[in-house]
Design a binder for this molecule. Sequence first.
Ligand code: PRE
Length: 306
Amino acid sequence: MTRIAYLGPAGTFTEQATQQWAPEHAADAWPAPSVPAAITALREGRVDAAVVPFENSVEGSVPATLQALLDGGDDDGVRITAEVHVEVQFSLLVRPGTGLEEVRTVASHPHAFAQTREWLAATLPEAQQVPEASTARAAQAVAEGLYDAAVAAPGAAEAYGLASAAARIADREGAVTRFVVLRTDRSVPPPTGSDRTTLVALIWQNQPGALLELLEQFATRGIDLSRLESRPTGEGLGEYCFWIDADAHLGEARMREALTGLRRTCRDVRFLGSYPRADGRPVQVPTHADDTAYAEALRWVEGLEG
Ligand SMILES: O=C(O)C(=O)C[C@]1(C(=O)O)C=C[C@@H](O)C=C1
C-alpha cells in the first residue's frame, strides 16, 4: 500500500490528480493542509509519496511548491517520479440560499483567483478576495461561515454541502494544471521514450554569456527544453536560479553529458528527477545525439591512442 499526501482538504484539484495517478490508493491518502506540509510528511517518512501542484497553463508555476522543493537542500533525496495533468474548471460556491448580491467576501487559492480575475471583476467588483491554502479549504471555510463564497472545483460543492452560484467562471477555457508526484528514495523511473528531466541551475552572477553557456549544454546535445524559468534565490536582489524542464532522461548519454557540462560551468545544479511525460508524446532524438551516436563517438576517441 502506497501512503500518499496531497494538498487538501478533500475536493482540491490536487485530490483529482491523486485519483488520476493512483486510483487504488487515493481514498486512503492524507489531505495535507499545505504544500510544505505534504512535502515535510514525505521527508519524514510518514508517507511514501506526495502529490503537489507544479504549474498552471494560465498562471504559471506554483511558488509554494518550487520553494518547498528547494528548501530541502541537496541531500533530501526528494525526486519527481511522475506528472499528472488535470483540466481545471471553476465554480462560485456559496451556502445554499445565498444570492450573488449578498456576496461580500470570496475565498480561494491565489492561482484560482488569477484564473477568474475578469469574471470576479465584472460580477463581484466590491467583494473582498481572501487567499486560502487551497480551493477546497476555501469551500470548507464557506461552509463554516467564515466567508460568503469560494472559487473552487465544481465537485467541492458536494463535499461541503454548498451550492453553485455560478459555473464555468474561468476567464480562459481549457486551462490545465500540471501536478507532480514526489518520492524520497532517490529513485528514477526507467526511460520510456517520452520523458522529462527537471533541474535547477544557479549560474555565476555578473558573468557575460553565463545563461547562453547554460543553454548551450542542451542545444549542442540535441535536447529540447520545454520550460525555462528564472526565480529569485532569496539571497538578494538580482540573484536568480533557473528552473529547467528538459525533454530527455537521465539514462540517456546526451542528458548525462549535459549534466556534467552544467556541473562544470554552473555555480550549483539540483537534479529533481527524470520521469515520464503525462501527455506521452514521444521525444524526437536527433540521430547525432542518440545513445548509439555517443557510444560510437566515444569508441572512436578511445581508439585514437596506441
Ligand atoms: O487549490 C487547489 O484545489 C489545488 O489543487 C491547487 C491549485 C494550484 O496550486 O494551482 C491547483 C489547480 C488550480 O490551478 C488552482 C489551485
